[in-house]
Design a protein around this ligand. Structure first.
Ligand code: ZN
Length: 143
């Protein structure tokens, strides 16, 4: 698919889709292939997740995709007992921030991981998953 071509792939992402068309719709195509991807600026090499079409550091618009692969380190997490509209059927769930060194990734901890097994510093890896309503997403599992 051509870059920036309007399509509705983002409507398949997450429990609630806040935007159906973005400049980084290929993110969804990669999820369908089982890959979680960010973007990296070809000019200054800054990495972004969520993916961005333009670099806020050097303002260039020439980005390349890279896979969020390997293990990151859990740096913060919280289990939600209350959720905003659209997410109430899913509580409780645990949100997390995982540090991969060059970049950090925000997401959810997979339901199969007991909160008691988590602590700051736990090695995590990202995995493609489905929401309770069958849409594409990604989660963190213990490495
Ligand atoms: Zn840049």
């Amino acid at each position: 698919m051509a870059k920036n071509e309007p399509d509705a792939r983002f409507a398949q992402f997450g429990t609630v889709s806040f935007a159906s068309v973005t400049q980084v719709n290929d993110f969804i195509g990669y999820l369908e292939e089982g890959k979680l991807m960010g973007t990296r600026c070809k000019t200054c090499a800054k990495s972004f997740f969520p993916p961005r079409a333009h670099c806020y550091q050097c303002l260039a618009g020439d980005m390349e995709w890279f896979e969020i692969a390997g293990n990151g380190e859990l740096i913060s997490y919280s289990t939600l007992q209350y959720a905003p509209a659209g997410f109430t059927e899913e509580v409780p769930y645990t949100i997390a921030l995982v540090d991969y060194g060059e970049y950090k990734v925000f997401g959810r901890i997979d339901r199969s991981v007991p909160e008691a097994e988590l602590s700051v510093g736990t090695k995590m890896r990202a995995a493609i998953s489905r929401t309770h309503n069958g849409r594409l997403t990604y989660v963190f599992k213990k490495a």
